[in-house]
Ligand binder design. Structure first.
Ligand SMILES: NC(=O)c1ccc[n+]([C@@H]2O[C@H](COP(=O)([O-])OP(=O)(O)OC[C@H]3O[C@@H](n4cnc5c(N)ncnc54)[C@H](O)[C@@H]3O)[C@@H](O)[C@H]2O)c1
Ligand SMILES: [Zn+2]
Ligand SMILES: [Zn+2]
Length: 365
C-alpha cells in the first residue's frame, strides 16, 4: 500500500497544526536562510509531528548546499538528525503518544515493503533517506516524521539527549557501512581513511571487536590527534603521498585486513585498494560523485571483498544499549553548541572545520 492509497485520517481536522516556526531552508546552491515557516501537519495516518529539542548538521547538508544532491530542491528545510518530543500522532501510530521523547532515524522506514522486510531500510520504496532531502527535515522547531512507528525510537528516562543525536546517522553509518561490512575481527588490522565524524564513528564502534591495530589516515593533524584520543593505535598524515609505504611498514608488508573509506573521493578509495591485505575487505562509506578506478589488475588474485552500503540504521537499538552502558561515548564527537536562532553561525563553524576544529555541532531548538 502506498501513501496515496492510504485512507484519509478520520481525525485530520483535529490534528491540524497552526502557527509558524523557525527553520533552516535550502535556497539553491550556496544559499540558505533561517525563515519562518508554517508548522508541519499530519498528512498520513502513520505520521507523527515531533517538536525538536536537539539537532545537528551533517557533512551531507554541506553537499546539498554545494548543489551536489539534485533530489533536494530549493525551499527544503534541511536536517536528518535529531531528538525531540512527540507533539501529535496520526490515528495509525500505536508505538508513541504525545509527550514521548524520541530519537529520529535519518532513514524513514515503512516496515512493510520488500526492502524493509530485508532490514534494508535505506531502500524503503516509499521512505529511505527522504528527511531533509525529499521532505522537510529536522533543522526546525517541528518536523513531520512519516512511518513514525518504524522510524522513531523511544528515549529512556535519564538518557543523555546530546549523545543520542549521534545515533540518528553517524554512529550507525560508521558501524554498519564501515565496521560490520568491513568484518572487523578481534586481533585484526584496520585502516580508516578519513577522520571526519563518520570515520571517527567507525573508529569508536570498531573497538567493540577489539582489533589489534586501528590506523587512522587523514590530511588534518588535529583530526588525527582526536583519533588517537578516541583509541586509534596510529595516525598517518597522507599529505606527503607516502601513506601506503608507512602502513606497509606498520603491517609487516601485508597491508590491513579492513580498509574503511570514509571520505568519498577517488584518491582515498584508490588508497584503500593499495592498503588492503590478501583476504581483506574494502568497506566503502564515502558518497562518491565521480568515477573511481578499480585496479583489478592488482586485486584479482588477492581474495578481497569490496562492500558498499547506504546506512540502514538497523543497529540503532543495539547502539542505544552500548551508549546506555557506557561502552562508547558518542558525546566525544560534540565540539560546539548553538541555539536554533544562531544556526547560520553553526553552519559557518561546521563548514570551516579545519580552522574551527569542529566535529559535530549541537543545535538546540
Ligand atoms: N554511506 C552512507 O550511508 C553515508 C552516510 C553518511 C555520510 N556518508 C559519507 O561519508 C563521508 C565522510 O563523512 P564526514 O561527515 O566524516 O566527512 P568530512 O568531510 O567531515 O570528513 C572527511 C575527512 O576526510 C579527510 N580527507 C579529505 N581528503 C582526504 C585525502 N585525500 N586523504 C585523506 N583524508 C582526506 C578530511 O580532512 C576530513 O577529516 C562523506 O563522503 C559522507 O557523504 C556516507
Ligand atoms: Zn548525515
Ligand atoms: Zn519500506
Amino acid at each position: 500500500m502506498t501513501l496515496t492509497t492510504l485512507p484519509k485520517p478520520a481525525t485530520r481536522d483535529k490534528v491540524a497544526t497552526t502557527g509558524t516556526m523557525k527553520a533552516l531552508v535550502y535556497r539553491g546552491p550556496g544559499k540558505k536562510a533561517l525563515e519562518d515557516r508554517p508548522k508541519p501537519d499530519i498528512t498520513a495516518p502513520t505520521d507523527a509531528i515531533v517538536k525538536i529539542t536537539k539537532t545537528t548538521i551533517c557533512g551531507t547538508d554541506l553537499h546539498i548546499l554545494k548543489g551536489d544532491v539534485p533530489t533536494c530542491q530549493p525551499g527544503r528545510i534541511l536536517g536528518h538528525e535529531g531528538v525531540g518530543v512527540i507533539d501529535k500522532i496520526g490515528p495509525a501510530v500505536t508505538a508513541f503518544k504525545p509527550g514521548d521523547r524520541v530519537l529520529i532515524s535519518c532513514i524513514s522506514a515503512c516496515g512493510k515493503c520488500v526492502y524493509c522486510r530485508k532490514l534494508m531500510y535505506s531502500h524503503c520504496t516509499t521512505g529511505g533517506w527522504i528527511l531533509g532531502n525529499k521532505i522537510d527535515g529536522t533543522q526546525a522547531e517541528f518536523v513531520r516524521i512519516p512511518y513514525a512507528d518504524t522510524s522513531l525510537y523511544p528515549i529512556p528516562d535519564g538518557a543523555d539527549e546530546e549523545a543520542l543525536v549521534m545515533l540518528s546517522d553517524i554512529l550507525p553509518t560508521g558501524f554498519e557501512c564501515g565496521v560490520l561490512n568491513g568484518k572487523v575481527q578481534p586481533g585484526s588490522t584496520v585502516a580508516i581513511v578519513g577522520a571526519g565524524p563518520i570515520g571517527l564513528a567507525a573508529l569508536l564502534t570498531a573497538q567493540f571487536y577489539s582489533p589489534a591495530e586501528i590506523i587512522m589516515i587523514d590530511l588534518d593533524d588535529n583530526r588525527l590527534a582526536v583519533a588517537k584520543r578516541f583509541g586509534a593505535t596510529a595516525g598517518v598524515n597522507s599529505a606527503d603521498g607516502k601513506a601506503v609505504e608507512t602502513v606497509m611498514k606498520m603491517t609487516d608488508k601485508r597491508g590491513v585486513d579492513t580498509a574503511i573509506e570514509a571520505v568519498g573521493i577517488p584518491a582515498t578509495f584508490e588508497l584503500c585498494e593499495k592498503l588492503v591485505a590478501p583476504g581483506g575487505t574494502i568497506a566503502n562509506i564515502g558518497v562518491h560523485g565521480t568515477k573511481v578506478d578499480l585496479h583489478l589488475e592488482n586485486l584479482w588474485d588477492r581474495n578481497i571483498t569490496i562492500t558498499t552500503r547506504l546506512v540502514d540504521t538497523v543497529t540503532i537499538p543495539m547502539l542505544f544499549k552500548t551508549v546506555g552502558s557506557h561502552k562508547i561515548d558518542p558525546k566525544l564527537l560534540i565540539t560546539h553548541r548553538f541555539k536554533l536562532d544562531h544556526i547560520l553561525d553553526a553552519y559557518e563553524t561546521f563548514g570551516h572545520a579545519a580552522n574551527t576544529k569542529a566535529l559535530k555541532v549541537i543545535i538546540e531548538a
